[in-house]
Each structure stands twice: as structure tokens, then as C-alpha cells.
Design a protein around this ligand. Structure first.
Ligand SMILES: CC(C)(COP(=O)(O)OP(=O)(O)OC[C@H]1O[C@@H](n2cnc3c(N)ncnc32)[C@H](O)[C@@H]1OP(=O)(O)O)[C@@H](O)C(=O)NCCC(=O)NCCS
Length: 163
């Protein structure tokens, strides 16, 4: 598939919210969560007031300039920690690819680009939280060098990639 990767702009913010919604894991056969979930404090913290100094996102666009996937990192404080928090110097990563574009290597490419970028601006590591039942995501993270740090009370894996 013909696509390219670019840094996100303000215009991409609604797409980032759409991808945040898609990144919330539900077991097979379960309905997608309502869009209201994006207003929950534990979820909205990943994107609310996006565009601050430590907010970075990359978007994959097709040849008609339509966004097809995104990856983002945000540094969160200990007192406002996300599910994938490891320390205050390590941004948490989120990502999703639109359904019909999955399994084509776009996620792997976006993640690789974000790892390179985060390294280039001096971050020591990136962390995330993933449900181990989300096999596609888990496989992608493991192949990209993320290592399990611990498992939280809900069974999610907190993973870290040193840079
Ligand atoms: C997880 C996700 C971002 C991966 O992006 P993608 O573009 O579909 O993945 P890629 O095509 O780049 O594949 C990367 C690796 O993931 C695995 N993978 C991805 N999709 C797969 C599929 N449909 N079947 C089997 N393996 C798959 C493969 O191991 C693949 O590695 P390989 O190319 O060396 O075989 C994407 O599937 C997605 O958006 N899922 C829903 C949102 C989500 O779960 N986000 C993460 C929350 S923690």
C-alpha cells in the first residue's frame, strides 16, 4: 500500500481521538466501548489539550491524504500516571491503525519511526500498557523490542522499550 508518515498537526487531533478510541481493547465478540469512554479521566489524559511541548504524534496518510493510522507519545506525571506509567522521564505510547488498513506493516513502520524520533529527542525509553489478549499489538511490541516490566491488577502488561 502507498502511504507516507508525517508529524501530526492540529488538524489531526480529531483523528488521534478516533485512534485512542480504537486502541481501547475489547475481547473478541464484545461491542466497542461507547465514545463517552473518551471523556473518562483515565482515558482522556492521553490526549486532552494535545499539542504541549512533550506531546508528539506521527500519522500515516494514504495517497489521497487521508489519515489511516497514528502513534503518539505523551509524558505524564506520577500523580497523573497512565496505565503504562513507569517513571516521569518515560513517555507513554498509544497507537492504532484504522481497521481496514491493519496487517499491512503500517503499525510496525509507525512504531519504528516513533522509536527513532523519541531516541533523537533524548528520551531514555518509551512505555505502554497492553492487554496480553491483544495478540497483534503484543506481537508488534515484542518484535519492536518492548519488554514486559510488570502486570497490573487488571492483567494488562506494562512494557518498556529502552532507546
Ligand atoms: C496493533 C496494531 C496497531 C498493529 O498495527 P498493524 O499495522 O496492524 O500491524 P503490522 O501490519 O505493522 O504488523 C506488525 C506485527 O504485528 C503482528 N500483526 C499485526 N496484524 C496482524 C494480523 N492481522 N495477524 C497476525 N499478526 C499481525 C505481526 O506480528 C506483525 O509482525 P510481522 O510483520 O513481522 O509478521 C493494529 O492492529 C491496531 O490498530 N489494533 C487495534 C488498536 C490497538 O490494539 N492498539 C494498541 C493498543 S495497546
Amino acid at each position: 500500500m502507498n502511504y507516507s508518515i508525517k508529524p501530526s498537526t492540529e488538524k489531526d487531533i480529531p483523528f488521534l481521538w478516533e485512534m485512542l478510541h480504537q486502541s481501547i481493547f475489547v475481547s473478541e465478540g464484545q461491542p466497542a466501548p461507547s465514545l463517552d469512554i473518551l471523556k473518562e479521566p483515565n482515558i482522556e489524559k492521553y490526549l486532552i489539550n494535545w499539542g504541549k511541548e512533550n506531546d508528539h504524534a506521527l500519522v500515516a496518510i494514504d495517497k489521497e491524504n487521508n489519515a489511516v493510522g497514528a502513534v503518539w507519545i505523551r509524558l505524564l506525571d506520577q500523580d497523573n500516571a497512565g496505565y503504562g506509567f513507569v517513571d516521569e522521564n518515560t513517555p507513554e505510547l498509544g497507537m492504532a491503525i484504522k481497521n481496514q488498513y491493519r496487517g499491512k506493516g503500517i503499525g510496525k513502520n509507525l512504531l519504528f519511526n516513533m522509536i527513532q524520533f523519541a531516541h533523537s529527542i533524548g528520551y531514555p525509553a518509551i512505555s505502554l500498557s497492553v492487554d496480553p489478549l491483544n495478540q497483534n499489538a503484543l506481537r508488534l511490541y515484542e518484535k519492536s523490542g518492548f519488554i514486559k516490566i510488570y502486570e497490573d491488577a487488571g492483567g494488562s502488561w506494562i512494557m518498556k522499550r529502552d532507546l
